[in-house]
Design a protein around this ligand. Sequence first.
Ligand code: SAM
Length: 352
Amino acid sequence: MRFPRPDKDEIISLLSITDPQELKELYARAYDVKTQYIGRKVWFRGIIELSNICSKDCFYCGIRSGNPSVSRYTISPEEVVEEARWCYEQGYGSIVLQAGERSDSTWTELISKLLRQIKEVSGGKLGITLSLGEQSKDIYRQWFDAGAHRYLLRVETTNAHLYKELHPPDHSFEDRVKCLGYLREVGYQVGTGVMIGLPNQSLADLADDLLFFYDIDIDMIGMGPFIPHKDTPLGHLVPSHNPEEAIELGLKMIAASRIFLKDVNIASTTALQALREDGRELGLLAGANIIMPNVTDTSYRRGYQLYEGKPHLDENASDSRDSLQQNIEAIGETIAYNEWGDSAHFWARTNK
Ligand code: SAM
């Protein structure tokens, strides 16, 4: 059953709220919807940032190919498999493999090999999400056949004009949307998302983003505040960036998405935590139900800074796990260990 298509003006009016009491009510309303459709629980996906080598040159991103200040790394296959095994042993039901975008065969074959090895070390029990950018339908299928079953590909913004402003001419919004279609056809649970608070982005644009999520019947949403990075063409925005405003708009977008889309998985992303230590917990209270703890070995974390202020660069995965568990329990939520945590929307969509 599909929920009614949200009304654009209604979305804009929720995103326009600034009164603290009304904001509280908005988050509480979204939390009620989450409780009803998902429960008061959180699923963990351990995220492994396996390489910062990227062929793309997005104007906002710290690991863009045109940033010479980044020292490039790729984690060895053995280390990736070890990090995945650690997640499995901790009871994290799933992992996310994320990296810059590459489509050469050395890379695509490495990913297939890693997927098979990770499936093997976890006896097939660890769920695997990929976040590896735009690829051909064939490659998406090869990775699906090798064991991945969810894919996150943000469209970044659905305002095609804004997309053009934020990317070099050879990056195409239409291609990105086409990739979401391929992923769906191959059989993945598909996630997308946008950056919130981009320069020249209006509340109407964000409402259109939410309508886009509805129209393509998305299973998962991974979106977060835009945070400028000094070594990018948007670096001049660093001094004027306002973390409080950015986090508030991010939380409102989570809440509105939960209220209107109801049963999708929504991630409380690291960018929220970069803006405020308890940002991810606030995301859960505004309707999100997924957290992606960083399990990348500390030695690589400095190399994967998409934006300024990436948190916990020196903290190892087990430190993060313990403090995260405490913080989540403190807000009355339960971590659902040893579960894949598939999108309820995916099952409703495919079993109809
Ligand atoms: N290469 C893959 C892709 O293109 O989907 C995954 C890696 S990419 C770095 C992951 C996400 O980081 C992007 O989709 C983008 O939304 C986000 N990102 C990049 N720069 C950012 C910034 N300055 N602020 C917030 N998010 C950012």
